[in-house]
Design a protein around this ligand. Sequence first.
Ligand code: NAI
Ligand code: MG
Length: 335
Amino acid sequence: MKHTITLIPGDGIGPEVTSATVRIIEAAGVEIEWETHYAGAQALAKFGDTLPKELLDSIKRNRVALKGPITTPVGKGFTSVNVGLRKALDLYANLRPVKALPNVPCRYPEVDLVVVRENTEDLYSGLEHVVVPGVVESLKIITEKASLRIARFAFEYARREGRRKVTAVHKANIMKLSDGLFLDCFHRVAAEYPEIEADDKIVDNACMQLVMRPEQFDVLLLENLYGDIISDLAAGLIGGLGLVPGANIGEQGAVFEAVHGSAPDIAGRGIANPTALLQSGILMLRYIDEREAADRIQNALFEVLREGKVRTRDIGGTASTAEFADAIIAKLDKG
Ligand code: NAI
Ligand code: MG
């Protein structure tokens, strides 16, 4: 079956890692017609809008997108396209599996956890205003509806994937109403899944525990801001941002993207690690039921990593993005 999928190359290293990933997926023989669309500054220059209607319509039609990172300049006048996209399509669950990879240098080879991040509200609602000069108010929105929905997503995921525990991470001791509501919704949903252990941790302690003894964690459930921060922390546990994939999932479809950003410090040099986006592509292939191709690509990726001859700089090698992709394609051809 031929699939139609929206492709957003993105900014910075985005075009480099998306083109490597597309090449590998095509080499695995999956038939895909890619509808390429631009967002962010590139789209603003071409269409006068950072999130053009054509792009949103394309994702709504296809229900699946593969996305490179988009730069959000710090300062005024440019709200996050990533946040905007997730909200526009109500992609309420951000799923980020963090698992050590074969033979990739890291501090915690036994880590195998999944970050489930609420993707539509919290301090990322973008509701900020100047109260009086020198005083700014930034609104943290937490609703019962979104909190119940993301808790249910986490427990359904745990049940489906045979995970044993879900840990909610919060600051309900200080934000008694907002994080309190999130935590209350978590415990209400947890009661419906008696076979899955449910516990909760205050976010500062959770950070310390993640660095001291990360193997105790299984599925982590977090609001938007904590989920954003802890995703990068968790990526660091297993070797860095070049490795960890992600999926933004909602009722209307899913957008697959790495945890990392556009990495302006290395953009344009062809040295970015495409593994994070490729692993997002593997999640995407499973989502569209191309399981056999997903497994083959994963095996080829793991084999190249296991051999260790071709690896990118972030994990101690010298290979370029394209050379690493070529090595994976060569394994696919043999298999
Ligand atoms: P970043 O994630 O782009 O980079 C952080 C560090 O990790 C850098 O040293 C970078 O070189 C390294 N890194 C990231 N991905 C890598 C890869 N694939 N291979 C090797 N090294 C990699 O975070 P930063 O610099 O804070 O953000 C840059 C821009 O990206 C910002 O405008 C930010 O808003 C945006 N961003 C976009 C996201 C998205 O589109 N979903 C997510 C995160 C940030
Ligand atoms: Mg982030």
